[in-house]
Design a protein around this ligand. Structure first.
Ligand SMILES: Cc1ncc(COP(=O)(O)O)c(C=O)c1O
Length: 343
């Protein structure tokens, strides 16, 4: 039986049509702006995010890093959720590369209230404190369970951030999951963000790539940062070609991943010794806690039986559904989890 790999939606393989498009894409040197496939992807991406311009980057991490670089200067501070990918999983790149300090704000479920935002902004006239330049928001929120920000909370956060004079970056690695869950266009979710990064290489199944979007002026500055960081790529239309297919064909099917995640979470919640907060299972991510087993031992035992998950704490495991995981796989995986927990 082939492995059911729930570790992440980044394990997705490109579709046959993507592979075909990679072999036939029109190419040019993208650092010179000559690659027609990249140029087309950037046009389409900007339009989908409701921004003036866009820039293809190799990863979500690079897109977010550029989002920090163009929105805050060395010595300044950027507000971000304590559990944000930017703070938690990007190897302190804000500090190392940009000289920017992250001001962490702990949230209950990934959604930052206007009050939390205004409380985190430093006084402007105290030389002891860094200048708060920007805020980074994450939607869907990975470590909070793939939760989707309600649109009214999104709007309230943008409004407060701008009222406080902050620039706003949106880590929209999974913005299309949020858009499908809410039944809106991603541009609506990104509407008040000055810059947004979204990933092609997660649920949309591309092998590589993310897109950074913003105003024309900001994207020009971002191109300099991408070059500075060694992220300028040449005939990269080979990777942009699957991106165009992803935006055309892979967005609506995310609803299947959400339905599979729901079934998976409900099934897990019924297993002995498993706690799963179903209210947080809103898209394709399922976190659950084990009462009787340690997460690493559980993951190892599941792996031996053909199900792979990601331990994210001593007792916590993450399962992510994605292209390539079918409804039958969810049922097989639940049976395997039950066997492991009752062995
Ligand atoms: C919310 C979020 N932002 C950013 C990233 C980084 O993306 P990449 O792995 O392409 O660098 C991830 C990756 O999982 C993520 O979950």
């Amino acid at each position: 039986m082939p492995t059911i790999d729930f570790r992440s939606d980044t394990v997705t393989m490109p579709t046959p049509k993507m592979r075909e498009a990679m072999t036939t894409a029109s190419l040019g040197d993208d650092v010179f702006g000559d690659d027609p496939t990249v140029n087309r992807l950037e046009e389409v991406a900007a339009e989908r995010m409701g921004k003036e311009a866009a820039m293809f980057v190799s990863s979500g991490t690079l897109g977010n890093l550029i989002g920090i670089a163009v929105n805050a200067r060395s010595g300044e501070e950027m507000i971000a959720d304590t559990d944000s990918h930017t703070f938690f999983y990007e190897s302190a790149n804000a500090a190392v590369v940009c000289g920017v300090q992250i001001r962490q704000v702990a949230t209950e479920a990934g959604v930052m209230s206007p009050q939390q935002i205004s409380d985190a902004v430093r006084p402007r006239d105290d030389v002891h404190e860094p200048f708060t330049a920007a805020i980074s928001l994450e939607n869907t929120h990975n470590r909070h369970g793939g939760i989707v920000w309600p649109l009214e909370d999104v709007r309230a956060a943008y409004e407060e951030a701008h009222a406080q004079g902050l620039r706003v970056h949106l880590d929209g690695a999974r913005i299309f999951n949020a858009a499908v869950a809410l039944g809106v266009e991603p541009a609506e979710i990104a509407s008040g963000a000055d810059t947004v990064t979204f990933c092609l290489s997660k649920g949309l199944a591309c092998p590589i790539g993310s897109v950074f979007c913003g105003s024309r002026e900001t994207v020009e500055e971002a191109r300099r940062w991408r070059k500075r960081l060694g992220g300028g790529m040449r005939q990269v239309g080979i990777l942009a070609a699957p991106g165009l297919i992803a935006l055309d064909e892979m967005v609506d099917r995310l609803a299947e991943d959400h339905a599979n995640a729901r079934t998976l979470a409900e099934g897990l919640a019924e297993l002995p010794g498993v706690r799963c907060d179903l209210s947080r299972v809103q898209t394709n991510i399922v976190y659950f806690d084990l009462e009787t087993m340690n997460a690493a031992a559980f993951a190892e035992a599941c792996d031996k039986r053909g199900v792979r998950g990601l331990p994210t704490g001593p007792r916590r495991v993450r399962f992510v559904t994605h292209y390539g995981i079918e409804a039958e796989d969810v049922q097989s995986a639940l049976k395997i989890c039950e066997d492991v927990l009752t062995a």
